[in-house]
Design a protein around this ligand. Structure first.
Ligand code: HEM
Length: 204
């Protein structure tokens, strides 16, 4: 569901793109396959499905939690640690009287600038979460204070917060190798998300 029509950057030299545009441009197709896969398991149709969705989110946000709390990155991206959502996912699970689920898939080991791609993926997921938050409210009666805390918008509003975050991400000065590693991280993050959707929702 990325906005393909606004991708003027398609005509630009990829090397001249900001980091966020570079990641967006190269992740669109993968993102849309994740979006379709998640919607196909109907996460908001029943409380049981939503609990599985929370367990999936808990795994993903646990992996990126250390990135949000990385001291070096926090010096460069103001307020980064406060954006971590792992604790809110755990609270959402507790609201519904349930907890995290162990999975068989080994957790990925992230290194170097790959973490920037994982961070882009995790923080960007809150942009599209507007739709998910509405479904959690309308179909399941959940909200920012109960059960869907981690899907709630940032106090600044989703759009403004995302623009501010992207502006900070784009100030990081990366070598070509680091840029490539960041993209690998983002693609790995989306790919890992798909693997855990399949495991948690027991898809073939
Ligand atoms: C059913 C699930 C999902 C839906 C409906 C959805 C939908 C969307 C929408 C509508 C946008 C805004 C696109 C734009 O303005 O151009 C977006 C952005 C984004 N989503 Fe998703 N998304 C879903 C799941 C995910 C997941 C699971 C992840 C990560 C694991 C993710 C990562 C991102 C990222 C990184 C962006 C920012 C793109 C950018 O502007 O650079 N999304 N999503």
């Amino acid at each position: 569901m990325f906005n393909h029509t606004n991708c003027d950057e398609k005509n630009e030299n990829l090397d001249n793109l900001t980091l966020a545009k570079f990641l967006k441009y190269n992740c669109q197709t993968t993102h849309d396959s994740v979006d379709n896969l998640v919607m196909s398991v109907k996460p908001f149709d029943t409380p049981e499905n939503y609990i599985r969705f929370l367990q999936l989110q808990a795994i993903f946000h646990k992996i990126v939690d250390d990135i949000y709390k990385n001291p070096n990155l926090n010096q460069k991206i103001e307020g980064l640690s406060e954006l971590a959502r792992y604790d809110s996912v755990i609270q959402d699970l507790q609201d519904l009287n349930t907890s995290e689920k162990a999975i068989k898939t080994p957790l990925p080991q992230l290194s170097g600038a790959e973490i920037l791609g994982w961070l882009y993926c995790a923080e960007g997921s809150n942009v599209g979460a507007a739709f998910l938050f509405k479904d959690a409210q309308n179909k399941l009666g959940l909200g920012a204070e109960y059960g869907a805390r981690h899907l709630a918008p940032h106090a600044d509003g989703r759009g403004k917060h995302w623009r501010d975050f992207v502006a900070q991400l784009n100030t990081l000065s990366l070598t070509e190798e680091e840029r490539t590693a960041a993209l690998k991280g983002a693609l790995d993050a989306f790919a890992f998300y798909k693997i855990i959707v399949r495991e948690i929702f027991e898809l073939k």
